[in-house]
Design a protein around this ligand. Structure first.
Ligand code: G3H
Ligand code: 13P
Ligand code: ZN
Length: 307
């Protein structure tokens, strides 16, 4: 099946109260693990490529990996640019066959964010490509944005931003953050704020970044086999499930993939110090990614069987 855009995926997700998982890809094993999970769950998928992933693997390599995966699959799959930092990178991805891009102007003053988003929207829409934008700041470190304090999305501003910029979906800040250390105390999301934004933007797909749950089993496995991932804490799965019923149609996951891969590789090295064939440790790591994504599709996104 050829790549698709997210429009009909999000329309159905919104109506039926579930979310599509957007998983970050950096190499072949990650693409394969996610695609195998999607196939077993018959779930729609978003594979997303960050500027860093693009720099690491190269855009043509990642596109060819996705192309290869699609040759053996009949799942609806979107290829999306994650946190596009500027117009030029969005353009390169649109020209290179991505069906969706994010322009992240969240670090800019409001009017500049609107102007940049609008410029990408004009270019993308002429070519049938979807545009996600961001308003509000997540705590933690993004590639080009470093914010120690989050600034939650203002609901009235969000409604105006969508109307003026023409973006197709909007990432909002309601308490999540990127990486493995999301909460110092109790985990909490600002649901009244989410409900207000949803009410002001009826039928409109919202996006949740920084939505890894940081499974304790992977943190423990990393630490048991020589890692130092102390005090890591993610978004509880029940909060994500609740958000998926309130207008959040796309939930972004990267950290959990990194943890699953790294935990398994550490375990393998500890138990088989004699091994130096990458296939020996990448195979169980790929399987761990598959199982983790599969469970997420079923129990967190709620999009199993929706392909
Ligand atoms: O939100 C950021 C994603 O986790 C991508 O991370 O820029 O290190 O590839 P990266
Ligand atoms: P996590 O770090 O919580 O996995 O978030 C990933 C993300 O938002 C990618 O854009
Ligand atoms: Zn993000």
């Amino acid at each position: 099946m050829p790549l698709v855009g997210p429009k009909s995926m999000f329309e159905r997700a919104y109506k039926e109260g579930y979310a599509i998982g957007a998983f970050n890809v950096n190499n072949m094993e990650i693409v394969q693990g996610i695609m195998q999970a999607g196939a077993e769950e018959k779930a729609p998928l978003i594979l997303q490529v960050s500027a860093g992933a693009r720099k690491y693997a190269g855009q043509p390599y990642l596109m060819k990996l996705v192309e290869a995966a699609l040759q053996e699959s009949d799942l609806p799959v979107v290829v999306h640019l994650d946190h596009g930092p500027d117009f030029e990178l969005c353009k390169a991805c649109i020209d290179g066959g991505f069906t969706s891009v994010m322009i992240d102007g969240s670090h800019l003053p409001y009017e500049e964010n609107i102007a940049l988003t609008k410029k990408v929207v004009e270019y993308a829409h002429d070519r049938g490509v979807w545009v996600e934008a961001e308003l509000g700041k997540l705590a933690g470190v993004e590639e080009h944005v470093s914010s120690t304090h989050s600034v939650y999305t203002d609901p009235d501003q969000a409604a105006e931003f969508v109307q003026r910029s023409g973006c197709d979906s909007l990432a909002i800040a309601i308490g999540t953050s990127h990486g493995a250390y999301k909460f110092k105390g109790d985990a909490n999301l600002d649901f009244p704020r989410l409900e207000k934004i949803s009410t002001l933007l009826p039928g409109y797909p919202l996006v949740l970044h920084g939505a890894s749950s940081v499974p304790q089993e992977f943190v423990d496995m990393c630490n048991k086999y020589g890692g130092k991932v102390g005090g890591a804490k993610g978004v509880p799965e029940n909060l994500l499930r609740k958000a998926a019923g309130l207008g959040i149609c796309k939930i972004n996951v990267d950290t959990d993939i990194r943890l699953a891969l790294t935990a398994c590789i550490r375990k393998h090295f500890a138990e088989h110090p004699e091994d130096f064939d990458p296939r020996a440790y990448l195979k169980p790591a790929r399987e761990a990614v598959k199982l983790m994504v599969q469970r997420k599709i079923r129990d967190v996104m709620g999009c199993s069987g929706k392909a």
